[in-house]
Design a binder for this molecule. Sequence first.
Ligand SMILES: Cc1ncc(COP(=O)(O)O)c(C=O)c1O
Length: 554
Amino acid sequence: MWSASPDRYSRGESPARTGERASNRERVGSSGIGRNGPLVGLPVKTAGATDAAAGSSGGPAPAIMIAIGGRKTVPLADRAPAPGRLREAASTMTPKSGPATVPESSHSPAPYDGPTREEVLATRRQYLTPGLLTYYREPLLIVEGHMQYLWDDAGKQYLDGFAGIVTVSVGHCHPKIVEKVRDQVGKLQHATTIYLHPTAGEFARKLAEHMPADSGLTVSYFTNSGSEANEIAVLSSREFTGNSEVISLRNGYHGGTQGAMGLTAVGTWKFKGNPTVDVKHATPGYCYRCPFGLTYPSCDLKCARDVRDLIRHETSGEVACFIGETIQGVGGVVTPPPGYFATIYEIVREAGGLCVADEVQTGFGRTGSAFWGFENWGVTPDLVTMAKGIGNGIPLGACVTRPEVARMMANRVHFNTFGGNPVSMTQGLATLEVIDAEGIQANAREVGGHLKDRLSDLQARHPLIGEVRGMGLMLGVELVRDRTSKEPAASETAEILELCKGRGLLLGKGGLAGNVLRIKPPMCLTRADADFLVDCLDEALEIVENRMHGKTKN
Ligand SMILES: Cc1ncc(COP(=O)(O)O)c(C=O)c1O
């Protein structure tokens, strides 16, 4: 989306804010490391078998899968190397002269000798909440991970295109993180914040340094999850403003606790017995399915301007805060038009409210063009909530705000047993260090840009693809049965997930109708991985499209 030149990035500037914004770290000066530096199992096909009948787990993809797409083979030496120190699988480019195969990993998984997949599933069904959902007709038993790859109980390797739901930011079991956490676990696992520990403050300082300069966003409240971080943001805003009403966005997801579920406006994630209290839901910037039937830019951002009417009609006129994901993740990677957030922030501030950016999925460089998603939109929130990628897989979240807002939490006694836990803090700090040292944001931009270009090429050949959207390594592919009616292709999306799984690729899905492929891998993804991902998707799309049109290819 942005066309910033590489030297802009090397100076650490967001393209939306060039010349305006430097990080707090640049302002306060510290480590000197540049922040932009370096539901269902259609299995692998066997000859003569239908996809549904073939087994889906174990073993490499059989060679009889048909190569589709005919992409020109590029000699290895001609392919751009992965930036920074990201080398995994860089030498294993898959020429598209046969079926897509997962790039080789340098890692050898240990043989798995635990309970069988069937036993694990049976135990889960008996002893864990039935509310848990699994992907795939035959749920996957994952037993080992290394960087962007996962292995199942049969030793089959997968490219993780969904990062444990956008959580493994820099790679599964990243060796530098593992080493530091191992050391911490051996020394002290827990004490609580009633005692001092050096890592929490150090991590909070580093987070503050990653905020835009002069934003004043310097104080962290650590939690264990994104839901809790959002609860803290809303509570702090209500205390600060003395107002109660909150504006969030339709199609937004903010968590599963009572308050966070109230902020959420994807109906499938709401329970009828859990009332939404003092939250009004505004219109998302979902141009592909504009709720007003308009087109950007002639719409003049009616979706954003409508917030003024919403506040006037449905609230007392004074609000506590607005909260919005800077790209809607669960809602299907819905990426708003330029000006959307700036317009809403202005209206909300006129009504006395604070602005909260939910960066649970978009933060830590995932959008490539900026460290925080909000920087892409030229706005500065009053509070920033984060989780998932902050900890590369450990339960960790945070709400970062200005000191005067943070002070509200001292109005009463408030406590979170595991907030600031030394192990979580160690993992969070180590993750942030890896993001800086290994050029993770730059990689998200470069490999993500390549991936998006190739997905857009697929769109030209596959009518199922209605839209390719997103930024960096936060990409979505919305599938529709018909490009005019835009009827959501929900069962087709599920089938594509199954076909990809059979080929060794794990993807996510989202959107209210479940018809958006969510591509949000660990940000150490290489171009070879990206090529594999697209080739795999190409094959799956062709199979599904052929079926839709009654062709029997495969
Ligand atoms: C944007 C966003 N906010 C908040 C949450 C809630 O985070 P958690 O599941 O850690 O409570 C999620 C979880 O998917 C999310 O995607």
